[in-house]
Design a protein around this ligand. Sequence first.
Ligand code: FVH
Length: 293
Amino acid sequence: MAQNTVEKTPVTLLGLGAMGTALARTWLAAGHPLTVWNRTPAHTTALGAEGAGAADTAAEAVAANTLVVVCLLDDASVDEVLAGTDLADKDLVNLTTSTPAQARARAEWARERGARYLDGGIMAVPPMIGVPEAGGYVFYSGSPELFERHRQTLGVPLGTTYVGEDAGFAALHDVALLSAMYGMFAGAAHAFALIHKEDIDPAALAPLLADWLVAMAPAVHQTADQLRSGDYTTGVVSNLAMQVAGTPTFLSTAEQQGVSPELLSPYFELMRRRLAEGSGEEDLTGVIDLLVH
Ligand code: FVH
């Protein structure tokens, strides 16, 4: 009885793309009163049937509740959608992917309009929404009070990880993790290309590849320790000199397999430059120094 009488925070959600729709369903399922708006009104129909209130305009949706969540395509669409709304005294949570600079500017923009602001970077794809065991979560940054106030509501669709008061930090963490992911995809693409013309089943390589990437992933902790200490030679298992000596093997193999080295070469070039600076006893950590201007 008691659990049914707990009042759930009403939520306004602007943007019913693949992500917004998935978010909406979890709030509805958890019993949160939900008001939705989408540029293409047809996207609100199904959610209306599931209990959401569909507003005719973004301004009407914003007026309906204090907590306003935005999940639109990009920062330009956020600008467009919020332009005619009254944000005074609203709790604005922006889950639209943006750059750190855009997030910081949006926080200031919201403050000038009398709103409190939280920025979010979603580390999940739509099928992971509302599925805790899938491991998805959202990085949040901006007002700590706002995060605490809505922590429970924001935790309904996905886990929450608060990364600081600087509104740009959620976007920065988001882009950092996704950039690492693209590096991993690039490496996997090269690996599949190497076997492509051979009598090797890609489905046989895939589990070997996945296990190897998982086994290597903890190396990031040593990288972090070395960056913190400034000593890139402690705990080194495979030093830079040895690794650079091995690069011709990778490049020759690519050539023999008829595979372009264009994904690997830029990284090898950075390794060679670091070695030329006399850093042969280091880990690969020194490459990071070459990337930072
Ligand atoms: N889907 C994913 O895999 C990723 C996972 C990580 C986070 N991203 C980010 O989430 C934001 C929304 O992504 P989405 O998947 O919902 O994207 P779409 O399905 O393409 O929906 C886009 C919504 O934005 C509306 N919209 C676009 N432009 C405008 C505009 N100028 N004015 C008003 N609304 C606009 C669009 O409306 P409509 O086309 O249905 O009328 C959708 O509601 C995004 O930042 C991802 O990077 C998702």
